[in-house]
Write a protein that binds this ligand. Structure first.
Ligand code: PRP
Length: 216
């Protein structure tokens, strides 16, 4: 309908594109990428607590929301680690591998770790589904403990035997006397789109995809 369409479209008659920008390490890299293709919004780099930033000229809006919420329509497109996709299996389109934000899923444990095969392995992780799939695939009985951050602390406190987590530089493991016991899978940042946004705002989204591909 005309009224809705009008309110959804910006000044130039094109649809406004909402981009989910993760906070933290990956977020900065993602913003830099959009800046490179000309979608800057300098306010983002200021130290503030704002959650929405616009570039009216380019008709884009950056939202600091979890990219995994792109599935629900909180944003049209976003960038998310493959770890999140493997864990949450959201119903979205994965449009491209951006090739940065590289890290690995790994099992890690104390440097002197000896596995006891007579009992289930106790694994602390934020990634319950990925862990379950992996240990099922090797037929190893496990007890999974869900933690939400600083997973590395679990074996130190005796809460678990090992952890399943993402490892980038390995510094966190090293500084906590842990080491990688087994590397499971390569992770990198993926460009994703909400399924209905991809249909209705196809032209605008494809334009962004094309610009990014040109500079990668
Ligand atoms: C991740 C991961 C490790 C760390 C690994 O945590 O959970 O703790 O990065 O990086 P490194 O190998 O370079 O040391 P993140 O910083 O994303 O925060 P989190 O603990 O909130 O998940």
């Amino acid at each position: 309908n005309l009224i809705n369409e009008k309110s959804m479209k910006g000044m130039k008659g094109a649809f406004m594109i909402n981009i989910a920008l993760p906070k933290g390490r990956l977020g900065n890299k993602v913003y830099d990428l959009f800046e490179k293709i000309g979608y800057e919004s300098s306010e983002i780099k200021e130290d503030n607590r704002k959650l929405i930033f616009e570039n009216r000229e380019k008709n884009v809006r950056f939202l600091l929301v979890k990219p995994s919420d792109v599935e629900k329509g909180s944003a049209d497109i976003g960038v998310v680690g493959r770890d999140v996709l493997l864990e949450e299996n959201p119903d979205i389109y994965e449009l491209m591998d951006l090739g940065f934000g590289k890290c690995k899923f790994a099992i890690a444990g104390p440097v002197n770790f000896k596995e006891n095969f007579d009992r289930p392995l106790v694994v602390a992780t934020k990634y319950l589904n990925v862990s379950k799939r992996y240990f099922d695939s090797i037929n190893r009985d496990v007890e999974l403990i869900k933690l939400n951050g600083s997973i590395e602390i679990a074996p130190i406190l005796g809460l678990s035997d090992v952890i399943m987590d993402i490892v980038e530089t390995g510094t966190t493991l090293k500084e906590n006397n842990l080491k990688v016991l087994k590397t499971i899978e390569d992770i990198s940042a993926r460009f994703i789109a909400n399924k209905s946004s991809y249909r209705f705002k196809n032209e605008e989204i494809e334009k962004i995809v094309k610009s990014i591909k040109e500079i990668l």
